[in-house]
Design a binder for this molecule. Structure first.
Ligand code: HEC
Length: 122
């Protein structure tokens, strides 16, 4: 019985390992486990937003009236239900943000974790 449980656990570990190998092939570079336990605005969130959102939602170009530049504006926007609704849309959905494809699962998880904490400036 214990032996069965152990081998099942091992196959889970192996399956997860393969998943990460695949994403490494897909996206290039080393892919680390997604750490959502210690997400901060400065270490995680500001970089994701800068790379994926600011092109269209910045101080000079607030597309659709949405400016995500700086913690205060981003935080206020992120605490609205519409924010994650847009990020979590399916590929091909016209409402998906960013428009050219979804954020990685890890980036989406980090955003969810940060928003669940109240989108703090940490
Ligand atoms: C290439 C430009 C572009 C990028 C990059 C982009 N957006 Fe947008 N965004 C738009 C456009 C255009 C609209 C208005 C059309 C629409 O509502 O889909 C919009 C609308 C939105 C809205 C709805 C605003 C409202 O009040 O109706 C949200 C929320 C949003 N974007 C969030 C994001 C987030 C979060 C990111 C990054 C993960 C992002 N966007 C990246 C172009 C972009």
């Amino acid at each position: 019985m214990i032996r069965n449980i152990l081998s099942f656990a091992m196959s889970l570990v192996l399956a997860v390992g393969c998943t990460y190998n695949n994403s490494e092939d897909l996206y290039g570079g080393p892919v680390l486990l997604c750490d959502t336990a210690s997400v901060t605005f400065s270490q995680d969130i500001s970089g994701i937003i800068a790379q994926q959102c600011l092109l269209c939602h910045n101080d000079n170009n607030a597309t659709a009236g949405l400016n995500l530049e700086g913690h205060a504006k981003l935080s206020a926007a992120a605490l609205l239900n519409t924010f994650m609704d847009r990020v979590e849309r399916s590929v091909g959905d016209q409402l998906l943000m960013p428009p050219n494809g979804p954020l990685s699962d890890c980036d989406q998880s980090k955003l969810r974790a940060w928003i669940a904490e109240g989108a703090p400036n940490n």
